[in-house]
Design a protein around this ligand. Structure first.
Ligand code: THU
Length: 227
């Protein structure tokens, strides 16, 4: 698996097994703004939930993810000491011929939004197809994940971190779809020169360069990536 840990150099991987039997990979996804880092178990759990599945057990070698106990308690996770010989690993990709708006609309069924009731969906384009994301809310508000970041964390786990193309975002209950500040910072880490396509309620779209959406953003000029 492909974690993105250029600041700590502490790679971290996790597999969450869903009720369906499928294994969802999660990796550490760091950010130049350290508090925006997604831990391996966080990414794996959100990927599982975003697929309409329920997390039941986890497999993780050292090091343990941050807030591991929170995630274990939240879903009453069992620890797996070994993996099956050929685990059925979740493949997030939708085919390249996917029609964007219908796919964004359909994805809203998968949003986990007990607190907000506000669905947001995303499709991240790669050369092999689209990686979907939906917003996930858990008991701790600060540990939910926006649709954009669910897609990014899946993409990094699947090895696409340097091969991302456009990101499509759709918020059906919002007049205007637009990514939050935290998502802009995370998008700037992986795809500053790429475009983001916002699909609005009135059926129009607007397209923006990620770097234009974060003017004067934090780039940590004295905080070098170690790799
Ligand atoms: N949300 C997103 O998924 N993406 C954004 O860019 C804005 C906010 C979600 C997070 C939360 O589940 C809900 O919308 C309200 O903040």
């Amino acid at each position: 698996m492909n974690s993105y840990a250029p600041y700590s150099e502490q790679d971290e991987y996790c597999l969450i097994q869903g009720e369906s039997g499928v294994f969802y990979p999660g990796v550490r996804v760091e950010n130049i703004s350290f508090p925006l880092t997604i831990s391996a178990i966080h990414g794996a759990i959100c990927s599982c939930l975003a697929n309409g599945d329920r997390p039941v057990s986890f497999y993780q070698e050292q090091p343990e993810s941050e807030l591991m106990n929170y995630w274990k308690d939240e879903f009453d996770l069992q620890e797996l000491k070994t993996l099956p010989a050929s685990p059925n690993i979740f493949n997030p990709l939708l085919p390249p011929e996917t029609e964007i708006l219908p796919a964004l609309q359909k994805l809203s069924d998968n949003c986990v939004i007990p607190h907000s009731g506000f669905p947001v969906t995303a499709l991240l384009e790669t050369e092999d197809g689209y990686i979907p994301g939906v917003n996930i809310e858990v008991s701790a508000w600060s540990l939910g994940l926006c649709a954009e970041r669910t897609a990014i964390s899946r993409a990094v786990a699947a090895g696409y971190e340097t091969r991302l193309r456009k990101l499509h975002v759709y918020a059906p209950k919002g007049e205007f779809s637009s990514p939050c500040g935290a998502c802009r910072q995370v998008l700037a880490e992986f795809m500053p020169r790429n475009q983001i396509v916002l699909h609005h309620a009135n059926q129009t779209t607007s397209t923006h360069f990620v770097k234009d959406m974060l003017p004067y953003g934090f780039t940590g000029s004295s905080l070098r990536k170690r790799s």
